[in-house]
Design a protein around this ligand. Structure first.
Ligand SMILES: C[S@@+](CC[C@H](N)C(=O)[O-])C[C@H]1O[C@@H](n2cnc3c(N)ncnc32)[C@H](O)[C@@H]1O
Length: 318
């Protein structure tokens, strides 16, 4: 919690490489000077800050500098308890309840689901979208290049966030048109991104829920890191929605960690969303229950697998 509070207060950025006294940092953060000094002393004890004995200033160590806003490690949003990621991680204090009941610790702690919480706070929503983009800064281009999107004419990126992945795909495949469907504020951010990238002639953003009927008739529907946010019942609804909307010879493309994310991420998905990480076999079995047949799967980006499904047209039409 000391590290999380330091990240939330921005102590690393405020102290900078020049360092600052406890009083200066307290004034800058609106905190109690004597309490902040004790926090800083603990951060020194655990190697996050150094204290200069002469001037009494505190300066981040190499380790502490990793929690700066612009540090390449990108961990600040997971520590800052006012950002979506850091706020969500605090739901782990409810892990016993989650394990006992199988239900979301996030809902127990904050009184509503993660997505409803983001809807109520534009700042949280923006921090989540930024976190999603940070995690895919390398992968978006890999996804665009390592899968044959060029054979499609229209792609709907279902829950496509603020459009980073779709923009990368469209930039790599000039013949393709696409739309992002996401919750309204994020869809609006996607529209802004497409306009700024000069893609608005080929890319659109549809505000809405993937639990309602999806834009119909496209030849490909993408679900990137969507299914792991949901339990089987909701994941089946999303897959069935894609199956129903897709053209008869359409394709549903699922991109997930498929086992690579590890057990900590699986527990996070359970605690935060009641969701789960699934293997390729588990995803294929879930999709089969929704009338989708697995046509192939393979690595598509660092830590991500692509699975390609087509509607099961029944024995007479196969
Ligand atoms: C884990 S993020 C993945 C974003 C993007 N597909 C990517 O891979 O970067 C999940 C996305 O689902 C969206 N989402 C959550 N509930 C939704 C709903 N009911 N309808 C549409 N989008 C939803 C969120 O806003 C978020 O953008």
């Amino acid at each position: 919690m000391s590290i999380r509070v330091a990240a939330t207060l921005g102590l690393v950025e405020l102290a900078g490489s020049a360092g600052a006294t406890a009083e200066q940092l307290a004034a800058a953060t609106g905190t109690a000077p004597s309490a902040l000094r004790r926090l800083l002393e603990h951060l020194v004890a655990i190697g996050v800050f150094d204290r200069d004995a002469g001037s009494g200033t505190y300066r981040p160590t190499e380790l502490g500098a990793q929690m700066a806003e612009d540090a390449p490690e990108g961990i600040k949003p997971l520590l800052d308890i006012n950002a979506a990621g850091g706020r969500a991680e605090l739901g782990f204090v409810e892990l016993l309840e989650t394990i006992t009941t199988g239900t979301s610790g996030y809902v127990r702690r904050y009184g509503r689901e993660f997505w409803a919480d983001l809807d109520a706070s534009p700042e949280l929503r923006r921090s989540f979208d930024a976190q999603m983009n940070w995690r895919f800064q390398v992968q978006a281009a890999q996804i665009a290049e390592r899968f044959d999107w060029g054979r499609f004419s229209e792609l709907v990126d279902v829950g496509g966030g603020d459009g980073m992945v779709l923009a990368a795909i469209l930039q790599a495949h000039p013949g393709l048109h696409g739309r992002v469907l996401d919750l309204p504020p994020t869809a609006a951010a996607a529209a802004d991104r497409f306009a700024a990238a000069g893609l608005d002639g080929r890319a659109g953003a549809v505000p809405g829920s993937f639990f309602d009927p999806l834009p119909a008739g496209a030849d490909a529907y993408l679900l990137s890191d969507i299914l792991h946010d949901w339990d089987d019942e909701h994941a089946r609804k999303i897959l069935t929605g894609c199956r129903s909307a897709a053209a008869p010879d359409g394709t549903v493309v699922v991109i997930e960690s498929a086992g690579a994310a590890g057990t900590a991420m699986d527990l996070f998905m359970l605690m935060c969303f009641g969701g789960r990480e699934r293997t390729v076999d588990e995803l294929a079995a879930l999709a089969a229950e929704c009338g989708l047949v697995l046509r192939g799967s393979g690595p598509v980006a660092d830590g991500r697998t692509v699975l390609e499904f087509s509607p099961d047209l029944g024995p007479s039409m196969r």
